[in-house]
Ligand binder design. Structure first.
Ligand code: M6R
Length: 627
Protein backbone atom coordinates (compact mmCIF):
# COMPACT_ATOMS: atom_id res chain seq x y z
CA UNK A 1 0.00 0.00 0.00
CA UNK A 2 1.98 3.14 0.94
CA UNK A 3 1.67 6.41 -0.92
CA UNK A 4 4.52 7.89 -2.93
CA UNK A 5 5.04 11.35 -4.38
CA UNK A 6 7.89 12.70 -6.45
CA UNK A 7 8.27 16.27 -7.70
CA UNK A 8 10.62 18.05 -10.03
CA UNK A 9 9.95 21.67 -10.97
CA UNK A 10 10.19 25.30 -10.04
CA UNK A 11 8.08 25.16 -6.87
CA UNK A 12 9.15 24.16 -3.39
CA UNK A 13 9.24 20.31 -3.38
CA UNK A 14 8.61 20.17 0.37
CA UNK A 15 5.18 21.81 0.06
CA UNK A 16 4.12 19.85 -3.03
CA UNK A 17 5.23 16.55 -1.55
CA UNK A 18 3.55 17.19 1.81
CA UNK A 19 0.27 18.22 0.23
CA UNK A 20 0.41 15.13 -2.01
CA UNK A 21 1.18 12.83 0.90
CA UNK A 22 -1.78 14.28 2.81
CA UNK A 23 -4.04 13.17 0.01
CA UNK A 24 -2.40 9.75 -0.03
CA UNK A 25 -2.41 9.13 3.71
CA UNK A 26 -5.34 6.75 3.20
CA UNK A 27 -2.75 4.35 1.76
CA UNK A 28 -0.82 4.01 5.00
CA UNK A 29 0.00 5.98 8.11
CA UNK A 30 2.73 4.07 9.99
CA UNK A 31 5.50 6.56 9.17
CA UNK A 32 6.36 9.19 6.58
CA UNK A 33 9.40 10.91 5.15
CA UNK A 34 10.93 13.05 2.41
CA UNK A 35 14.30 13.27 0.67
CA UNK A 36 14.95 16.51 -1.17
CA UNK A 37 18.00 17.88 -2.96
CA UNK A 38 19.72 20.48 -0.77
CA UNK A 39 23.10 22.14 -1.11
CA UNK A 40 24.23 19.65 -3.72
CA UNK A 41 23.36 16.63 -1.61
CA UNK A 42 20.24 14.90 -0.34
CA UNK A 43 18.53 15.94 2.87
CA UNK A 44 16.27 13.26 4.31
CA UNK A 45 13.77 13.72 7.12
CA UNK A 46 11.55 10.94 8.44
CA UNK A 47 9.11 10.46 11.30
CA UNK A 48 7.32 7.51 12.86
CA UNK A 49 3.52 7.62 12.98
CA UNK A 50 1.08 9.78 11.10
CA UNK A 51 1.99 12.45 8.60
CA UNK A 52 1.38 15.20 11.12
CA UNK A 53 4.58 14.10 12.93
CA UNK A 54 6.59 14.60 9.75
CA UNK A 55 4.91 17.94 9.14
CA UNK A 56 5.99 19.11 12.58
CA UNK A 57 9.57 18.03 11.91
CA UNK A 58 9.61 19.75 8.54
CA UNK A 59 8.12 23.00 9.73
CA UNK A 60 11.34 24.99 9.92
CA UNK A 61 13.34 22.98 7.41
CA UNK A 62 14.51 24.67 4.22
CA UNK A 63 15.59 22.99 0.99
CA UNK A 64 17.22 24.76 -1.93
CA UNK A 65 16.73 22.00 -4.54
CA UNK A 66 13.81 21.48 -6.86
CA UNK A 67 13.73 17.69 -6.85
CA UNK A 68 12.36 15.46 -4.10
CA UNK A 69 10.49 12.33 -3.16
CA UNK A 70 8.17 11.49 -0.26
CA UNK A 71 6.42 8.49 1.23
CA UNK A 72 3.67 7.55 3.64
CA UNK A 73 4.06 3.96 4.84
CA UNK A 74 1.94 0.95 5.54
CA UNK A 75 4.40 -1.48 7.08
CA UNK A 76 5.05 -4.83 5.41
CA UNK A 77 8.65 -5.76 6.29
CA UNK A 78 9.79 -4.22 9.57
CA UNK A 79 7.84 -2.58 12.37
CA UNK A 80 6.55 0.98 12.03
CA UNK A 81 9.52 3.09 13.19
CA UNK A 82 11.68 5.93 11.96
CA UNK A 83 14.49 3.55 11.10
CA UNK A 84 12.18 1.60 8.79
CA UNK A 85 10.58 4.72 7.33
CA UNK A 86 11.18 5.75 3.71
CA UNK A 87 12.91 7.33 1.86
CA UNK A 88 15.87 5.01 2.18
CA UNK A 89 19.22 6.59 1.53
CA UNK A 90 22.37 4.74 0.52
CA UNK A 91 25.46 6.64 -0.62
CA UNK A 92 23.54 9.56 -2.09
CA UNK A 93 20.94 7.32 -3.70
CA UNK A 94 17.45 7.65 -2.26
CA UNK A 95 14.22 5.81 -2.99
CA UNK A 96 10.64 5.36 -1.92
CA UNK A 97 8.86 2.08 -2.50
CA UNK A 98 5.29 0.85 -2.49
CA UNK A 99 4.85 -2.92 -2.56
CA UNK A 100 6.74 -6.05 -1.61
CA UNK A 101 10.04 -7.42 -2.87
CA UNK A 102 9.44 -11.15 -2.69
CA UNK A 103 13.05 -12.26 -3.19
CA UNK A 104 14.30 -9.90 -0.46
CA UNK A 105 15.91 -12.70 1.59
CA UNK A 106 18.25 -13.75 -1.20
CA UNK A 107 19.01 -10.09 -2.06
CA UNK A 108 19.76 -9.36 1.60
CA UNK A 109 22.09 -12.31 1.88
CA UNK A 110 23.96 -11.36 -1.29
CA UNK A 111 24.27 -7.72 -0.18
CA UNK A 112 25.53 -8.74 3.25
CA UNK A 113 28.17 -10.91 1.60
CA UNK A 114 29.27 -7.85 -0.35
CA UNK A 115 29.54 -5.92 2.92
CA UNK A 116 26.49 -3.67 2.57
CA UNK A 117 25.64 -1.65 5.65
CA UNK A 118 21.93 -2.46 6.02
CA UNK A 119 20.29 -0.19 8.56
CA UNK A 120 16.60 -1.14 8.46
CA UNK A 121 14.46 -4.29 8.44
CA UNK A 122 12.74 -3.40 5.21
CA UNK A 123 12.83 -5.04 1.81
CA UNK A 124 12.85 -1.53 0.29
CA UNK A 125 16.26 -0.53 1.63
CA UNK A 126 17.76 -3.49 -0.20
CA UNK A 127 16.67 -2.02 -3.53
CA UNK A 128 18.40 1.23 -2.56
CA UNK A 129 21.61 -0.75 -2.00
CA UNK A 130 21.27 -2.49 -5.35
CA UNK A 131 20.72 0.83 -7.09
CA UNK A 132 23.63 2.44 -5.24
CA UNK A 133 25.89 -0.38 -6.43
CA UNK A 134 24.66 0.00 -9.99
CA UNK A 135 25.00 3.82 -10.17
CA UNK A 136 28.52 3.39 -8.92
CA UNK A 137 29.22 1.23 -11.96
CA UNK A 138 27.08 2.90 -14.63
CA UNK A 139 27.24 6.50 -13.40
CA UNK A 140 23.68 6.81 -14.63
CA UNK A 141 20.47 6.35 -12.64
CA UNK A 142 18.38 5.23 -15.60
CA UNK A 143 20.88 2.51 -16.56
CA UNK A 144 21.10 1.46 -12.91
CA UNK A 145 17.32 1.10 -12.74
CA UNK A 146 17.30 -0.99 -15.92
CA UNK A 147 19.88 -3.35 -14.38
CA UNK A 148 18.12 -3.59 -11.03
CA UNK A 149 14.66 -4.18 -12.51
CA UNK A 150 15.74 -7.63 -13.62
CA UNK A 151 16.91 -8.50 -10.10
CA UNK A 152 13.56 -7.85 -8.41
CA UNK A 153 10.62 -10.20 -7.93
CA UNK A 154 7.36 -9.11 -6.39
CA UNK A 155 5.04 -6.14 -6.68
CA UNK A 156 6.54 -2.69 -6.51
CA UNK A 157 6.43 0.88 -7.62
CA UNK A 158 9.59 2.85 -6.91
CA UNK A 159 10.85 6.43 -7.26
CA UNK A 160 14.60 6.94 -7.13
CA UNK A 161 16.84 10.02 -7.12
CA UNK A 162 20.63 10.30 -6.95
CA UNK A 163 22.55 13.30 -5.71
CA UNK A 164 25.07 12.98 -8.56
CA UNK A 165 22.27 13.57 -11.07
CA UNK A 166 20.19 16.15 -9.23
CA UNK A 167 18.30 16.95 -12.42
CA UNK A 168 16.35 13.72 -12.79
CA UNK A 169 13.96 11.35 -11.10
CA UNK A 170 13.52 7.79 -12.30
CA UNK A 171 10.33 5.85 -11.60
CA UNK A 172 9.49 2.24 -12.36
CA UNK A 173 6.85 -0.24 -11.44
CA UNK A 174 5.62 -3.80 -11.59
CA UNK A 175 2.26 -4.07 -9.85
CA UNK A 176 1.10 -1.14 -7.72
CA UNK A 177 -0.03 1.98 -9.60
CA UNK A 178 2.24 4.82 -10.63
CA UNK A 179 1.16 7.88 -12.57
CA UNK A 180 3.22 10.73 -13.99
CA UNK A 181 1.54 14.13 -13.84
CA UNK A 182 2.69 16.64 -16.43
CA UNK A 183 2.70 20.34 -15.57
CA UNK A 184 4.30 23.39 -17.13
CA UNK A 185 8.05 22.90 -16.65
CA UNK A 186 7.30 20.49 -13.84
CA UNK A 187 6.36 16.86 -13.31
CA UNK A 188 4.92 14.77 -10.51
CA UNK A 189 5.08 11.03 -10.01
CA UNK A 190 2.43 9.67 -7.66
CA UNK A 191 0.56 6.57 -6.56
CA UNK A 192 -2.80 8.20 -7.23
CA UNK A 193 -3.72 11.26 -9.31
CA UNK A 194 -5.67 12.65 -6.33
CA UNK A 195 -2.31 13.63 -4.85
CA UNK A 196 -1.67 16.37 -7.42
CA UNK A 197 -4.96 17.12 -9.15
CA UNK A 198 -4.77 20.69 -7.89
CA UNK A 199 -1.58 21.16 -9.96
CA UNK A 200 -2.26 19.22 -13.15
CA UNK A 201 -4.94 17.28 -14.99
CA UNK A 202 -2.56 15.66 -17.51
CA UNK A 203 -1.30 12.20 -16.70
CA UNK A 204 0.63 9.29 -18.13
CA UNK A 205 -0.32 5.96 -16.55
CA UNK A 206 2.70 3.67 -16.31
CA UNK A 207 2.20 0.01 -17.16
CA UNK A 208 4.16 -2.79 -15.53
CA UNK A 209 7.89 -2.85 -16.18
CA UNK A 210 7.91 0.61 -17.71
CA UNK A 211 10.42 3.23 -16.58
CA UNK A 212 9.77 6.97 -16.47
CA UNK A 213 12.65 9.40 -16.60
CA UNK A 214 11.65 12.85 -15.42
CA UNK A 215 13.89 15.81 -16.25
CA UNK A 216 13.17 19.53 -16.40
CA UNK A 217 10.34 20.07 -18.89
CA UNK A 218 10.72 16.52 -20.20
CA UNK A 219 9.19 13.17 -19.32
CA UNK A 220 10.29 10.08 -21.21
CA UNK A 221 8.93 6.57 -20.84
CA UNK A 222 10.97 3.46 -21.65
CA UNK A 223 10.43 -0.26 -21.67
CA UNK A 224 12.57 -2.34 -19.31
CA UNK A 225 14.85 -2.99 -22.30
CA UNK A 226 15.35 0.71 -22.85
CA UNK A 227 13.05 1.18 -25.85
CA UNK A 228 11.50 4.64 -25.96
CA UNK A 229 7.69 4.36 -25.70
CA UNK A 230 5.09 6.82 -26.95
CA UNK A 231 2.47 6.85 -24.22
CA UNK A 232 -0.85 8.68 -24.37
CA UNK A 233 -1.25 11.68 -22.09
CA UNK A 234 -4.68 11.35 -20.51
CA UNK A 235 -6.41 14.61 -19.72
CA UNK A 236 -8.76 14.19 -16.79
CA UNK A 237 -11.69 16.53 -16.43
CA UNK A 238 -11.96 15.94 -12.68
CA UNK A 239 -11.68 18.68 -10.19
CA UNK A 240 -9.55 18.17 -7.16
CA UNK A 241 -12.28 17.23 -4.73
CA UNK A 242 -12.19 19.26 -1.57
CA UNK A 243 -12.61 16.55 1.02
CA UNK A 244 -13.79 18.15 4.14
CA UNK A 245 -15.44 16.83 7.29
CA UNK A 246 -18.21 19.42 6.84
CA UNK A 247 -18.71 19.78 10.56
CA UNK A 248 -18.81 16.03 11.29
CA UNK A 249 -16.45 14.73 13.94
CA UNK A 250 -14.96 12.20 11.54
CA UNK A 251 -14.87 11.47 7.81
CA UNK A 252 -16.47 8.10 8.51
CA UNK A 253 -19.47 9.70 10.19
CA UNK A 254 -19.83 12.16 7.33
CA UNK A 255 -19.63 9.32 4.84
CA UNK A 256 -22.28 7.29 6.67
CA UNK A 257 -24.54 10.34 6.50
CA UNK A 258 -23.78 10.79 2.79
CA UNK A 259 -25.34 7.45 1.92
CA UNK A 260 -28.69 8.81 0.72
CA UNK A 261 -26.82 10.99 -1.82
CA UNK A 262 -24.51 8.10 -2.68
CA UNK A 263 -27.50 5.96 -3.64
CA UNK A 264 -28.89 8.73 -5.85
CA UNK A 265 -25.52 9.28 -7.56
CA UNK A 266 -25.02 5.56 -8.17
CA UNK A 267 -28.45 4.97 -9.68
CA UNK A 268 -28.90 8.26 -11.55
CA UNK A 269 -26.95 7.35 -14.74
CA UNK A 270 -28.75 4.03 -15.13
CA UNK A 271 -32.38 4.75 -14.36
CA UNK A 272 -34.73 6.68 -16.57
CA UNK A 273 -36.96 8.09 -13.86
CA UNK A 274 -39.49 9.54 -16.29
CA UNK A 275 -40.23 6.18 -17.87
CA UNK A 276 -39.36 4.21 -14.74
CA UNK A 277 -37.04 1.96 -16.68
CA UNK A 278 -33.45 0.81 -16.43
CA UNK A 279 -30.92 1.65 -19.15
CA UNK A 280 -27.29 1.26 -18.17
CA UNK A 281 -25.26 4.27 -19.23
CA UNK A 282 -22.04 3.75 -21.18
CA UNK A 283 -20.78 0.48 -19.75
CA UNK A 284 -18.51 0.58 -22.81
CA UNK A 285 -17.47 -3.06 -23.19
CA UNK A 286 -14.13 -3.02 -25.01
CA UNK A 287 -13.63 0.72 -24.56
CA UNK A 288 -11.17 2.50 -22.29
CA UNK A 289 -12.57 4.42 -19.31
CA UNK A 290 -11.35 7.68 -20.85
CA UNK A 291 -13.40 7.16 -24.00
CA UNK A 292 -16.72 6.40 -22.29
CA UNK A 293 -18.02 9.96 -22.42
CA UNK A 294 -17.72 9.94 -26.20
CA UNK A 295 -19.92 6.87 -26.67
CA UNK A 296 -23.39 6.96 -28.11
CA UNK A 297 -25.47 5.89 -25.10
CA UNK A 298 -28.22 4.26 -27.14
CA UNK A 299 -25.81 2.13 -29.17
CA UNK A 300 -23.82 1.28 -26.06
CA UNK A 301 -26.93 0.12 -24.20
CA UNK A 302 -27.88 -2.04 -27.18
CA UNK A 303 -24.40 -3.62 -27.22
CA UNK A 304 -24.48 -4.16 -23.47
CA UNK A 305 -27.83 -5.92 -23.73
CA UNK A 306 -26.53 -8.13 -26.54
CA UNK A 307 -23.62 -9.18 -24.34
CA UNK A 308 -25.83 -9.70 -21.29
CA UNK A 309 -28.33 -11.79 -23.27
CA UNK A 310 -25.61 -14.37 -23.97
CA UNK A 311 -24.32 -14.65 -20.38
CA UNK A 312 -24.88 -18.06 -18.79
CA UNK A 313 -22.92 -17.70 -15.57
CA UNK A 314 -21.45 -14.99 -13.37
CA UNK A 315 -18.47 -14.80 -11.03
CA UNK A 316 -18.40 -11.92 -8.56
CA UNK A 317 -14.94 -11.36 -7.12
CA UNK A 318 -13.81 -8.78 -4.54
CA UNK A 319 -12.26 -8.31 -1.08
CA UNK A 320 -13.56 -7.11 2.28
CA UNK A 321 -16.62 -4.91 2.25
CA UNK A 322 -16.75 -5.02 -1.54
CA UNK A 323 -16.95 -8.80 -1.30
CA UNK A 324 -19.92 -8.63 1.07
CA UNK A 325 -21.65 -6.28 -1.35
CA UNK A 326 -20.93 -8.86 -4.05
CA UNK A 327 -22.53 -11.57 -1.97
CA UNK A 328 -25.71 -9.53 -1.81
CA UNK A 329 -25.38 -9.15 -5.59
CA UNK A 330 -25.54 -12.94 -5.83
CA UNK A 331 -28.93 -13.01 -4.09
CA UNK A 332 -30.21 -10.21 -6.32
CA UNK A 333 -28.99 -11.66 -9.61
CA UNK A 334 -29.99 -15.27 -8.90
CA UNK A 335 -33.42 -14.20 -7.76
CA UNK A 336 -34.26 -11.49 -10.26
CA UNK A 337 -32.12 -12.27 -13.34
CA UNK A 338 -32.10 -16.05 -12.75
CA UNK A 339 -28.45 -16.54 -13.57
CA UNK A 340 -26.13 -18.75 -11.55
CA UNK A 341 -23.62 -16.67 -9.59
CA UNK A 342 -20.45 -17.77 -7.82
CA UNK A 343 -18.95 -15.26 -5.40
CA UNK A 344 -15.36 -15.44 -4.32
CA UNK A 345 -12.81 -13.59 -2.26
CA UNK A 346 -10.24 -12.40 -4.81
CA UNK A 347 -7.25 -13.88 -2.94
CA UNK A 348 -8.94 -17.32 -3.11
CA UNK A 349 -10.29 -17.02 -6.64
CA UNK A 350 -6.90 -16.23 -8.12
CA UNK A 351 -5.28 -19.36 -6.70
CA UNK A 352 -8.08 -21.90 -6.49
CA UNK A 353 -8.24 -22.91 -10.16
CA UNK A 354 -11.91 -22.15 -10.73
CA UNK A 355 -13.66 -23.92 -13.59
CA UNK A 356 -14.38 -21.48 -16.37
CA UNK A 357 -17.07 -22.05 -18.94
CA UNK A 358 -18.15 -20.18 -22.04
CA UNK A 359 -20.34 -17.08 -21.81
CA UNK A 360 -19.29 -16.25 -18.29
CA UNK A 361 -19.21 -12.73 -16.95
CA UNK A 362 -16.74 -11.83 -14.23
CA UNK A 363 -17.81 -8.85 -12.13
CA UNK A 364 -15.03 -7.34 -10.04
CA UNK A 365 -15.90 -4.89 -7.29
CA UNK A 366 -13.36 -2.48 -5.85
CA UNK A 367 -13.83 0.95 -4.34
CA UNK A 368 -10.19 1.88 -4.92
CA UNK A 369 -9.84 -0.03 -8.16
CA UNK A 370 -6.31 -0.93 -7.02
CA UNK A 371 -6.73 -3.92 -4.69
CA UNK A 372 -3.93 -6.28 -5.73
CA UNK A 373 -5.86 -9.55 -5.38
CA UNK A 374 -8.92 -8.22 -7.20
CA UNK A 375 -6.72 -6.93 -9.99
CA UNK A 376 -5.00 -10.32 -10.28
CA UNK A 377 -8.43 -11.97 -10.45
CA UNK A 378 -9.46 -9.66 -13.31
CA UNK A 379 -6.26 -10.51 -15.16
CA UNK A 380 -6.87 -14.23 -14.65
CA UNK A 381 -10.45 -13.93 -15.91
CA UNK A 382 -9.26 -12.06 -19.01
CA UNK A 383 -6.62 -14.67 -19.67
CA UNK A 384 -9.32 -17.35 -19.53
CA UNK A 385 -11.47 -15.49 -22.03
CA UNK A 386 -14.19 -14.29 -19.65
CA UNK A 387 -16.03 -11.06 -20.24
CA UNK A 388 -15.02 -8.71 -17.43
CA UNK A 389 -17.04 -5.90 -15.90
CA UNK A 390 -15.68 -3.75 -13.10
CA UNK A 391 -17.58 -1.76 -10.50
CA UNK A 392 -15.13 0.83 -9.14
CA UNK A 393 -15.36 4.12 -7.37
CA UNK A 394 -12.05 5.52 -8.61
CA UNK A 395 -12.32 6.14 -12.34
CA UNK A 396 -9.30 5.23 -14.42
CA UNK A 397 -7.91 3.09 -11.61
CA UNK A 398 -6.00 -0.01 -12.71
CA UNK A 399 -8.96 -2.39 -12.37
CA UNK A 400 -11.20 0.05 -14.24
CA UNK A 401 -8.62 0.36 -17.01
CA UNK A 402 -8.06 -3.38 -17.31
CA UNK A 403 -11.68 -4.57 -17.23
CA UNK A 404 -13.63 -4.69 -20.46
CA UNK A 405 -16.87 -3.09 -19.18
CA UNK A 406 -17.13 -0.29 -16.61
CA UNK A 407 -19.66 0.74 -14.00
CA UNK A 408 -19.05 3.31 -11.29
CA UNK A 409 -20.06 3.71 -7.69
CA UNK A 410 -20.01 7.52 -8.02
CA UNK A 411 -19.66 7.80 -4.23
CA UNK A 412 -17.21 10.70 -4.31
CA UNK A 413 -13.98 10.31 -2.36
CA UNK A 414 -14.27 7.93 0.57
CA UNK A 415 -11.66 8.95 3.13
CA UNK A 416 -12.56 6.76 6.11
CA UNK A 417 -10.57 3.54 5.93
CA UNK A 418 -13.70 1.64 6.92
CA UNK A 419 -15.84 1.56 3.81
CA UNK A 420 -19.40 2.78 4.27
CA UNK A 421 -20.90 4.90 1.52
CA UNK A 422 -19.09 2.93 -1.19
CA UNK A 423 -20.92 -0.16 0.10
CA UNK A 424 -24.30 1.55 -0.35
CA UNK A 425 -23.27 2.75 -3.81
CA UNK A 426 -22.13 -0.73 -4.82
CA UNK A 427 -25.41 -2.30 -3.73
CA UNK A 428 -27.25 0.29 -5.79
CA UNK A 429 -25.10 -0.35 -8.87
CA UNK A 430 -25.57 -4.11 -8.43
CA UNK A 431 -29.31 -3.55 -8.26
CA UNK A 432 -29.31 -1.61 -11.54
CA UNK A 433 -27.06 -4.24 -13.10
CA UNK A 434 -29.39 -7.03 -11.94
CA UNK A 435 -32.38 -5.30 -13.52
CA UNK A 436 -30.41 -4.79 -16.75
CA UNK A 437 -29.43 -8.48 -16.85
CA UNK A 438 -33.02 -9.53 -16.21
CA UNK A 439 -34.21 -7.15 -18.93
CA UNK A 440 -31.67 -8.39 -21.47
CA UNK A 441 -32.79 -11.96 -20.72
CA UNK A 442 -36.44 -11.05 -21.26
CA UNK A 443 -37.29 -11.70 -17.61
CA UNK A 444 -38.44 -8.27 -16.55
CA UNK A 445 -41.95 -7.23 -17.41
CA UNK A 446 -42.79 -3.53 -17.37
CA UNK A 447 -44.72 -3.74 -14.11
CA UNK A 448 -41.98 -5.55 -12.21
CA UNK A 449 -39.38 -3.16 -13.56
CA UNK A 450 -41.43 -0.18 -12.39
CA UNK A 451 -41.89 -1.78 -8.97
CA UNK A 452 -38.15 -2.32 -8.54
CA UNK A 453 -37.40 1.23 -9.56
CA UNK A 454 -40.00 2.54 -7.18
CA UNK A 455 -38.36 0.57 -4.35
CA UNK A 456 -34.96 1.97 -5.29
CA UNK A 457 -36.27 5.52 -5.52
CA UNK A 458 -37.57 5.31 -1.97
CA UNK A 459 -34.20 4.30 -0.54
CA UNK A 460 -32.67 7.78 0.00
CA UNK A 461 -35.63 8.98 2.08
CA UNK A 462 -35.80 5.68 3.97
CA UNK A 463 -32.09 6.03 4.71
CA UNK A 464 -32.75 9.51 6.07
CA UNK A 465 -35.28 8.00 8.46
CA UNK A 466 -32.75 5.40 9.62
CA UNK A 467 -30.08 8.07 10.11
CA UNK A 468 -32.52 10.07 12.21
CA UNK A 469 -32.50 7.16 14.73
CA UNK A 470 -28.77 7.60 15.29
CA UNK A 471 -29.14 8.36 19.00
CA UNK A 472 -30.69 4.91 19.52
CA UNK A 473 -27.75 3.31 17.71
CA UNK A 474 -25.36 5.29 19.92
CA UNK A 475 -27.20 4.00 23.00
CA UNK A 476 -27.06 0.46 21.66
CA UNK A 477 -23.32 0.90 21.03
CA UNK A 478 -22.80 1.96 24.60
CA UNK A 479 -24.49 -1.22 25.82
CA UNK A 480 -22.06 -3.31 23.74
CA UNK A 481 -19.15 -2.44 26.01
CA UNK A 482 -20.02 -5.12 28.54
CA UNK A 483 -19.66 -8.04 26.11
CA UNK A 484 -16.60 -10.14 25.45
CA UNK A 485 -17.68 -11.37 22.03
CA UNK A 486 -20.18 -10.74 19.28
CA UNK A 487 -22.08 -12.96 16.91
CA UNK A 488 -23.61 -11.06 14.01
CA UNK A 489 -26.24 -13.13 12.27
CA UNK A 490 -28.67 -12.95 9.40
CA UNK A 491 -30.32 -15.04 6.72
CA UNK A 492 -30.59 -14.47 2.97
CA UNK A 493 -29.51 -10.94 1.99
CA UNK A 494 -29.06 -10.19 5.69
CA UNK A 495 -26.30 -12.79 6.00
CA UNK A 496 -23.68 -10.70 4.11
CA UNK A 497 -24.95 -7.70 6.11
CA UNK A 498 -24.16 -9.61 9.31
CA UNK A 499 -20.63 -10.22 8.02
CA UNK A 500 -20.24 -6.58 7.08
CA UNK A 501 -21.47 -5.52 10.54
CA UNK A 502 -18.96 -7.84 12.21
CA UNK A 503 -16.16 -6.51 9.99
CA UNK A 504 -17.01 -2.93 10.94
CA UNK A 505 -16.87 -3.81 14.66
CA UNK A 506 -13.54 -5.62 14.26
CA UNK A 507 -11.80 -2.95 12.22
CA UNK A 508 -13.05 0.02 14.24
CA UNK A 509 -13.54 -1.16 17.83
CA UNK A 510 -10.87 -3.94 17.77
CA UNK A 511 -13.39 -6.41 19.22
CA UNK A 512 -13.88 -9.97 18.17
CA UNK A 513 -17.03 -10.35 16.14
CA UNK A 514 -18.12 -13.16 13.84
CA UNK A 515 -20.59 -12.84 10.99
CA UNK A 516 -22.65 -15.98 10.61
CA UNK A 517 -25.56 -17.38 8.63
CA UNK A 518 -28.19 -17.74 11.35
CA UNK A 519 -29.04 -21.28 10.22
CA UNK A 520 -25.45 -22.32 10.96
CA UNK A 521 -25.64 -21.31 14.61
CA UNK A 522 -26.49 -24.73 15.91
CA UNK A 523 -23.63 -26.26 13.95
CA UNK A 524 -21.05 -24.82 16.32
CA UNK A 525 -21.29 -21.17 17.37
CA UNK A 526 -24.09 -21.96 19.83
CA UNK A 527 -21.38 -23.36 22.09
CA UNK A 528 -20.00 -19.82 22.48
CA UNK A 529 -23.21 -18.37 23.79
CA UNK A 530 -23.53 -17.20 27.36
CA UNK A 531 -24.54 -13.95 29.02
CA UNK A 532 -21.30 -12.25 27.90
CA UNK A 533 -21.95 -12.96 24.25
CA UNK A 534 -24.02 -10.44 22.29
CA UNK A 535 -26.08 -11.65 19.35
CA UNK A 536 -26.60 -8.89 16.82
CA UNK A 537 -29.25 -10.24 14.48
CA UNK A 538 -30.58 -8.65 11.29
CA UNK A 539 -34.20 -9.75 10.93
CA UNK A 540 -36.22 -7.86 8.32
CA UNK A 541 -39.87 -8.80 7.71
CA UNK A 542 -39.19 -11.23 4.88
CA UNK A 543 -39.92 -14.87 4.03
CA UNK A 544 -37.24 -16.02 6.48
CA UNK A 545 -38.57 -14.05 9.44
CA UNK A 546 -40.00 -17.03 11.37
CA UNK A 547 -36.81 -19.04 10.91
CA UNK A 548 -34.78 -16.14 12.27
CA UNK A 549 -37.05 -15.84 15.30
CA UNK A 550 -36.43 -19.53 16.07
CA UNK A 551 -32.67 -18.87 15.97
CA UNK A 552 -33.08 -15.97 18.37
CA UNK A 553 -35.13 -18.12 20.77
CA UNK A 554 -32.38 -20.75 20.72
CA UNK A 555 -29.75 -18.15 21.54
CA UNK A 556 -31.88 -16.59 24.29
CA UNK A 557 -32.46 -19.98 25.85
CA UNK A 558 -28.67 -20.22 26.31
CA UNK A 559 -28.38 -16.82 27.97
CA UNK A 560 -27.29 -14.82 24.91
CA UNK A 561 -28.21 -11.13 24.84
CA UNK A 562 -30.09 -10.13 21.72
CA UNK A 563 -29.77 -6.88 19.80
CA UNK A 564 -32.09 -7.11 16.84
CA UNK A 565 -32.41 -4.94 13.77
CA UNK A 566 -35.78 -5.44 12.18
CA UNK A 567 -38.80 -3.66 10.78
CA UNK A 568 -40.47 -0.93 12.74
CA UNK A 569 -43.29 -1.99 15.11
CA UNK A 570 -42.55 -5.67 14.85
CA UNK A 571 -43.74 -6.66 18.32
CA UNK A 572 -42.87 -10.31 17.87
CA UNK A 573 -39.23 -9.46 17.23
CA UNK A 574 -39.24 -6.92 20.01
CA UNK A 575 -40.52 -9.51 22.47
CA UNK A 576 -37.50 -11.79 21.91
CA UNK A 577 -34.90 -9.02 21.96
CA UNK A 578 -33.01 -7.30 24.78
CA UNK A 579 -32.67 -4.32 22.48
CA UNK A 580 -34.66 -3.84 19.32
CA UNK A 581 -33.98 -1.32 16.54
CA UNK A 582 -36.87 -0.92 14.09
CA UNK A 583 -36.24 0.31 10.54
CA UNK A 584 -38.66 1.38 7.78
CA UNK A 585 -40.42 -1.46 5.96
CA UNK A 586 -38.79 -2.24 2.61
CA UNK A 587 -38.76 -4.80 -0.18
CA UNK A 588 -36.40 -7.72 0.59
CA UNK A 589 -33.95 -6.58 -2.08
CA UNK A 590 -33.67 -3.15 -0.45
CA UNK A 591 -33.35 -4.14 3.21
CA UNK A 592 -29.51 -4.46 3.12
CA UNK A 593 -29.22 -0.78 2.19
CA UNK A 594 -31.07 0.12 5.37
CA UNK A 595 -29.98 -2.50 7.87
CA UNK A 596 -26.29 -1.84 7.30
CA UNK A 597 -26.63 1.71 8.67
CA UNK A 598 -27.25 0.80 12.35
CA UNK A 599 -24.35 -1.64 12.17
CA UNK A 600 -22.02 1.04 10.76
CA UNK A 601 -23.15 3.56 13.34
CA UNK A 602 -22.92 1.18 16.30
CA UNK A 603 -19.34 0.30 15.36
CA UNK A 604 -18.54 3.97 14.86
CA UNK A 605 -19.98 5.09 18.21
CA UNK A 606 -18.40 2.25 20.13
CA UNK A 607 -14.94 2.88 18.63
CA UNK A 608 -15.30 6.59 19.20
CA UNK A 609 -16.27 6.18 22.83
CA UNK A 610 -13.25 3.91 23.29
CA UNK A 611 -11.20 6.79 21.84
CA UNK A 612 -9.92 4.83 18.87
CA UNK A 613 -9.04 6.53 15.61
CA UNK A 614 -12.12 5.70 13.56
CA UNK A 615 -10.89 7.24 10.33
CA UNK A 616 -7.53 5.49 10.40
CA UNK A 617 -7.86 2.26 12.38
CA UNK A 618 -4.63 0.64 13.51
CA UNK A 619 -2.78 -1.67 11.12
CA UNK A 620 -5.07 -0.93 8.16
CA UNK A 621 -4.90 1.12 4.98
CA UNK A 622 -7.58 2.14 2.56
CA UNK A 623 -6.02 0.73 -0.56
CA UNK A 624 -4.47 -2.74 -0.41
CA UNK A 625 -2.05 -2.87 -3.31
CA UNK A 626 -0.03 -5.81 -2.01
CA UNK A 627 -1.07 -9.45 -1.66
O1 M6R B 1 -10.88 -0.84 -2.60
P1 M6R B 1 -11.55 -2.16 -2.42
O2 M6R B 1 -13.04 -2.07 -2.45
O3 M6R B 1 -11.05 -3.19 -3.37
O4 M6R B 1 -11.15 -2.62 -0.96
C1 M6R B 1 -11.51 -3.87 -0.47
C2 M6R B 1 -11.24 -3.98 1.01
O5 M6R B 1 -9.89 -3.77 1.28
C3 M6R B 1 -12.06 -2.99 1.82
O6 M6R B 1 -13.42 -3.11 1.58
C4 M6R B 1 -11.80 -3.20 3.33
O7 M6R B 1 -12.31 -4.43 3.74
C5 M6R B 1 -12.40 -2.05 4.15
N1 M6R B 1 -11.47 -1.62 5.15
C6 M6R B 1 -13.65 -2.43 4.84
O8 M6R B 1 -14.17 -1.40 5.61
Amino acid sequence: MCGIVGYFGPLNPKDIILSGLKRLEYRGYDSAGVAIIHQGGLKRIRAEGKLVNLETKLKNEKFDGRLGIGHTRWATHGVPSERNAHPHLVKGLSLVHNGIIENYLEIREALQKRGADITSDTDSELVAHLLAEEVEKTKDLFKAVQNVLGMLRGAFSILAIWDQQPDQLVAFKDGPPLVVGIGKDEAFVVSDVQAVLQYTKKFIYLEDREIAVVKVGKVQIFSALGLRLEKPVVELNWTSEQVDKLGFAHYMLKEIYEQPQAVVAAMEPHIDLKNQSVRLKNVGFGHSPQSLDGLNSITDWQETQNIFAKIEKIFIVACGTSFYAGQIGKYLIENIAQLPVETDIASEFRYRKPIFSKNTLMISISQSGETADTLAAVRLAKEKGLTTLSICNVKNSTIDREASGHMYMNSGTEVGVASTKAFASTLTVLHCLTLALAKARGLLNIETEKDHILHLQKVPSQMEVVLAYDKYFAEAANSLKEFRGFLYMGRGVSYPIAMEGALKLKELAYLHAEGYAAGEMKHGPLALIDSRMAIVMVVPDDDLFEKSISNLEEARARGGKIISIGTVDNLRLKSVSDRYLGLPKAHWSITPLLSVIPLQLMAYHLANSLEYDVDQPRNLAKSVTVE
